[in-house]
Design a protein around this ligand. Structure first.
Ligand SMILES: *[C@@H]1O[C@H](CO)[C@@H](O)[C@H](O)[C@H]1NC(C)=O
Ligand SMILES: *[C@@H]1O[C@H](CO)[C@@H](O)[C@H](O)[C@H]1NC(C)=O
Ligand SMILES: *[C@@H]1O[C@H](CO)[C@@H](O)[C@H](O)[C@H]1NC(C)=O
Ligand SMILES: *[C@@H]1O[C@H](CO)[C@@H](O)[C@H](O)[C@H]1NC(C)=O
Ligand SMILES: *[C@@H]1O[C@H](CO)[C@@H](O)[C@H](O)[C@H]1NC(C)=O
Ligand SMILES: *[C@@H]1O[C@H](CO)[C@@H](O)[C@H](O)[C@H]1NC(C)=O
Ligand SMILES: *[C@@H]1O[C@H](CO)[C@@H](O)[C@H](O)[C@H]1NC(C)=O
Ligand SMILES: *[C@@H]1O[C@H](CO)[C@@H](O)[C@H](O)[C@H]1NC(C)=O
Ligand SMILES: *[C@@H]1O[C@H](CO)[C@@H](O)[C@H](O)[C@H]1NC(C)=O
Ligand SMILES: *[C@@H]1O[C@H](CO)[C@@H](O)[C@H](O)[C@H]1NC(C)=O
Ligand SMILES: *[C@@H]1O[C@H](CO)[C@@H](O)[C@H](O)[C@H]1NC(C)=O
Ligand SMILES: *[C@@H]1O[C@H](CO)[C@@H](O)[C@H](O)[C@H]1NC(C)=O
Length: 765
């Protein structure tokens, strides 16, 4: 528990449900909005409608544009008298959100200037020691070089903020926001200040108060750019100085996710588009988006489309990959112009120890650590061994037929929130709970504020404990606590819940792009944590999720932009990806906590973010917004779909379309088959390192594939010089392995100083 040096934490946490089968069971689904307050639910829905600008009309005034939008509507109101038009957008799309019936949309399709429309759906929040783990040190290095991200504006698209939390106080002399800033802050001074410069909420016709009633947005905002707060802790654990990754960046909060009882906070496409529209208008530098839904095509994803608008204005979009791992291809925010972030562990655990009657010991986790621990062996019961599925999960009511009074109860994780489960065991008289991972949850454990002694143990330990109970008469156990431990191996490792590729909708571009700390992240929380807390003004909480990984990277982007103000969005993204590391602290390949194997490229992307290395990448793979149009046209999107995404009439037959693998992306993914045994891919790198540098190619061939790179040397004589090379991938022997199999390799351009790495994934079809 003692910490020799200041510890910096960022929280990234899971929404309660993040870790529960409740959420897992809805993997991939997007729930249609039950539009109980806006329209006739039986017939009317909110549609997002994309339209073209009429030819020859410049739309000098926004008013003209609104009139044009309205001309597509059958009339201006619905039967109840409410206006049909919900939002007219300025930047994110050429179009609007309106209440319509499917029939009315059908009629609209024949109108001149109509592009496409889809009923809006919901997006879910992807629900904490981290700058230290990222290699940022308070007193030297990158933080100082980049002035801690000073002057950058991070727009957080989330559940709002608790503005009075000390993480949002000005620390030292924060400068005012840059002159370009146009946003406003709901509360005004002194609650709003040079740290918290903007806060707005977007909920059509409802309360516009951006106050966070969930916690998720407060946590993510403080992770990205929270000020230094000394003596932060969670129930006495992980005590140290908390801060965001870019502690001197400004925060602008856009609340688009709203709490609903018993569910994670959700938001609708129309509100999300409006929030991002405003953020672009306000001139934020970075969009931090810990929300999304999986398996949505790019032309119907509000976040993808709004992010495209953002990059055309030089705004950096960072978004969560979702929490639907370890099952493959359930991934959110997978557009190639977004930096998509997965979640990994750090080397910290809040340790709870299980000791069985036979002397065996297992390490688990819990944030609630009553002191002194009671090491008395108590009877251990396993309701799941004898009873129903309900008893296996220790659901409310299922423990009545067992005498759990004064005993330690072994419960499987899932179905309901972990802390709720502890309350049920406590109410039934239990003295403690061993919370057991299911097999697919592997080694990922959470440090939660339980209400009784709990140890959350990994899957392998859980099975040994279950074996012991079932084979031992009068089984006993004790749960004791050992506080905050650092130096846990292996670290980092990919969390089981982190969403995995391959994406089904982006033509196989590797996603996620990178991983960052996302398990038990300590960051600001608006409410008391645990039962006996009285100090509510400065609460922190551990939360886990790709939601928590994302703002770490948003903060890193703020640091890099301060040092490299002229770099494009794609250049910064490339710097982060090509310098990411793929070995853990012991020098082994980064592991996947789901199966203890090496994390695949579709679990960790290019690897773990390394901000210090990203600040000086040597070479970058640049991409202009126009290149994405060529990519979209080459990936099977229709003219209308591309037009909707890029807000301008596109005729793909007039665009030099490229296949997805030819996009100048910092990672490489190709399909090969017996019919198509070879592919040559072109990449272009820009020298952003030392002027005179020679790079040589190094590569590791994917199994079953021969790699040729031409040329094998790149010689640069000046900064900003560009050089191209070709990579040829060939199936060895001409016969593809089993269809669906993926082989991984990588290539790297290496000089004495730089190592510019790109993973390669070959999918056999
Ligand atoms: C909704 O629409 C249906 C059919 O269009 C109609 O019968 C019903 O009365 C409407 N309900 C409301 C609340 O307007
Ligand atoms: C608007 O149009 C709808 C359907 O076309 C119709 O049912 C409704 O009565 C109209 N309302 C007004 C105010 O004209
Ligand atoms: C993803 O979406 C596609 C197209 O909508 C659908 O065919 C497929 O079944 C979905 N996959 C999953 C895993 O939900
Ligand atoms: C530990 O628990 C046992 C059984 O409940 C109880 O008898 C004992 O008093 C406890 N010891 C302490 C130090 O609380
Ligand atoms: C369990 O269910 C009972 C009866 O429905 C309810 O009163 C109680 O609050 C529930 N307990 C928990 C911990 O949810
Ligand atoms: C288990 O406990 C019961 C009741 O206390 C006792 O009779 C029995 O001998 C115990 N069995 C073992 C194997 O210790
Ligand atoms: C408890 O933690 C300390 C270090 O903080 C360590 O030396 C000790 O071995 C731990 N105890 C157990 C039982 O793991
Ligand atoms: C919380 O308060 C209750 C009742 O006052 C007490 O029994 C319990 O031990 C306290 N828990 C902690 C962690 O202090
Ligand atoms: C969990 O970690 C332990 C100890 O490092 C290891 O033996 C086990 O294989 C891991 N299991 C998984 C599923 O990662
Ligand atoms: C899991 O990984 C750890 C650390 O790399 C290793 O020590 C252990 O042997 C592995 N366990 C299995 C079952 O592979
Ligand atoms: C490969 O070619 C054969 C014969 O032309 C065809 O039947 C098969 O569908 C092709 N396979 C793929 C993956 O294109
Ligand atoms: C890459 O390949 C293309 C065509 O396949 C060729 O025209 C070009 O010269 C090659 N470039 C290099 C650097 O080898």
């Amino acid at each position: 528990m003692e910490i020799q040096k200041p510890i910096f934490f960022l929280f990234v946490a899971s929404l309660l449900s993040l870790s529960t089968p409740t959420l897992l069971s809805v993997h991939g689904q997007i729930l249609p909005i039950v539009d109980d307050h806006r329209a006739n639910a039986t017939a009317m829905k909110t549609y997002i409608v994309h339209v073209q600008k009429p030819k020859g009309n410049k739309f000098l005034r926004f008013k003209d544009r609104v009139a044009w939008y309205k001309s597509f509507l059958p009339n201006t109101t619905v039967d109840s008298g409410e206006p049909r038009l919900i939002y007219a957008y300025r930047h994110v799309i050429s179009g609007f959100a309106a209440m319509l019936t499917p029939k009315e949309v059908e009629a609209m399709e024949t109108m001149e200037g109509f592009v496409l429309a889809y009923p809006e759906m919901e997006h879910v929040a992807q629900t904490t020691s981290s700058p230290d783990f990222l290699g940022l040190s308070r007193w030297d290095g990158l933080w100082v070089d980049t002035f801690f991200g000073q002057g950058q504006i991070i727009g957080v698209i989330d559940t709002g903020v608790k503005p009075t939390h000390p993480s949002f106080r000005e620390h030292g002399n924060m400068p005012p926001p840059p002159p370009k800033w146009r946003g406003s802050c709901y509360w005004g001074p002194p609650i709003c200040n040079e740290k918290l410069i903007g806060a707005m909420a977007f909920r059509h016709r409802l309360n516009p108060n951006p106050e966070d009633t969930d916690g998720h947005g407060t946590h993510t905002a403080s992770t990205a750019a929270g000020s230094f707060v000394d003596d932060a802790e969670v129930l006495g654990q992980a005590r140290g100085t908390a801060s965001g990754t870019a502690p001197r960046a400004h925060l602008a909060i856009y609340k688009v996710l709203f709490k609903r009882p018993g569910r994670p906070s959700t938001g609708t496409d129309s509100d999300i588009l409006k929030g991002i529209d405003q953020a672009i208008r306000d001139h934020v530098d970075i969009l931090s988006m810990s929300l999304g839904s999986t398996n949505r095509s790019l032309h119907e994803s509000s976040i993808a489309i709004a992010s495209y608008a953002a990059i055309t204005k030089g705004i950096f979009p960072c978004a969560a990959a979702a929490n639907e791992g370890p099952f493959k291809s359930l991934i959110a925010n997978d557009a190639p112009w977004i930096l998509t972030v997965g979640a990994s562990t750090m080397d910290r655990r809040i340790r709870a120890i299980v000791k069985l009657g036979n002397g065996m010991e297992f390490y688990g986790e819990s944030a609630y650590q009553p002191s002194p621990s009671n090491s008395t062996q108590l009877p251990l019961v396993y309701p799941g061994a004898l009873g129903t599925t309900d008893a296996f999960f220790c659901l409310n009511g299922s423990l009545n037929t067992f005498n759990v009074s004064g005993k330690i109860v072994l419960c499987a994780r899932g179905n309901i929130d972990d802390v709720e489960k502890g309350k049920i065991v406590k109410a039934a008289g239990g003295a403690g709970m061993i919370l057991a991972n299911l097999r697919f949850m592997g080694n990922t454990t959470f440090a939660d504020p339980h209400v009784l002694p709990v140890a959350h143990v990994d899957d392998a330990d859980a099975r040994q404990i279950a074996d012991y109970v079932q084979t031992t008469q009068n089984a006993t156990a004790a749960i004791t606590f050992n506080g905050t431990q650092f130096g846990v191996h292996p670290a980092p490792a990919v969390a089981y819940f982190s969403s995995r590729g391959p994406s089904l909708s982006n033509a196989n571009i590797i996603k996620p792009d990178v991983i960052a700390p996302g398990v038990n992240i300590l960051a600001a929380w608006p409410f008391e944590v645990g039962q006996n807390r009285t100090n509510t003004s400065r609460t922190f909480k551990f939360v886990s999720g790709t939601s928590m990984a994302t703002p770490h990277v948003s903060g890193v982007v703020a640091l890099l932009r301060n040092n490299h103000p002229n770099w494009s969005v794609a250049a910064i993204k490339s710097a982060i990806m090509t310098t990411a590391y793929t070995q853990d602290r012991d020098g082994n390949p980064i592991a996947d906590q789901y199966n203890n194997g090496t994390a695949s490229v579709f679990a960790m992307g290019s690897g773990h973010v390394d901000p210090v290395a990203a600040n000086d990448p040597g070479l970058i793979y640049d991409i202009q917004p126009h290149d994405y149009i060529r990519y979209l046209c080459g990936s099977g999107f229709t003219d209308r779909q591309v037009t909707a995404i890029v807000r301008g009439a596109v005729n793909c037959s007039r665009v030099r379309a490229i296949s997805a693998e030819q996009l100048n992306y910092p990672s490489i993914a190709v399909y090969l088959s017996s019919n198509s045994t070879t592919k040559t891919i072109k990449r272009t790198v820009t020298n952003v390192g030392d002027a005179n540098t020679v790079y040589r190619i190094q590569f590791e061939e994917p199994e079953g594939v021969r790699v040729d790179v031409s040329p094998k040397t790149l010689q640069f004589s000046q900064v900003d010089e560009k050089k191209s090379y070709n990579v040829t991938l060939n199936i060895i022997g001409g016969t593809a392995p089993v269809a669906g199999q993926v082989s991984e390799g990588h290539l790297a351009w290496v000089s004495g100083k730089y190592y510019v790495r790109s993973p390669i994934a070959v999918t056999f079809t």
